[in-house]
Design a protein around this ligand. Structure first.
Ligand code: NI
Length: 184
């Protein structure tokens, strides 16, 4: 199946998301569609912009098996997955940072080391419209920050140093060409 995901070059990825005024059945349907598309592309997270929407929504399904600490214990025990995050906002973050490679469905086959706070506290609305607060570390904290970037129109390429961009210039140009040829 051809990827239904908007890729680098598509201007929608640079848009800033709009807060959701009310969590309606339509919003829940959009979140379900996002989850389905995310699974079809074997992603662990997806922001609304990546399917051409500007609502402030992202979805995540970070597997526990991929999110363990040095002792092999889950970083975020008890956090249910998948989850829908509506109007998400970071209300706290650690001074300690971590660096790890990130990929993005909008940048096929590109991996970029990104330094981010190791822990974050996220406030958001769940799919029932209830306010939730989530403390996250490890891969979940990273995924949250990556998807929040999308909602601000910030992309993986913005985390690349000039040297990294030069090294990956062909790949970046290739993705933009792909966008131009298929139109999304
Ligand atoms: Ni992404």
């Amino acid at each position: 199946m051809a990827s239904p995901i908007c890729v680098y070059g598509n201007p929608v990825l640079r848009e800033k998301s709009e807060p959701v005024k009310e969590v309606t059945a339509e919003i829940r349907a959009l979140a379900d569609r996002m989850l389905g598309i995310m699974y079809s592309q074997e992603g662990i997270g997806l922001a609304a912009e990546q399917i051409g929407h500007t609502e402030a929504i992202f979805v995540l399904d970070v597997p526990v098996s991929a999110d363990k600490n040095d002792q092999g214990l889950p970083n975020n025990p008890g956090v249910k997955m998948p989850q829908t995050f509506i109007n998400p906002e970071i209300i706290g973050e650690s001074e300690e940072t971590a660096v790890a490679e990130e990929g993005c469905l909008s940048f096929p086959k590109l991996y970029v080391p990104v330094e981010r706070p190791a822990e974050v506290v996220l406030r958001f609305l769940d799919r029932d419209g209830n306010t939730q607060v989530l403390n996250a570390r490890g891969l979940l904290a990273r995924a949250i920050q990556h998807e929040l970037d999308h909602l601000d129109g910030v992309l993986l390429v913005d985390h690349m140093t000039p040297a990294m961009k030069l090294k990956n210039a062909l790949r970046l140009r290739g993705i933009k060409k792909w966008y131009k040829s298929r139109g999304y």
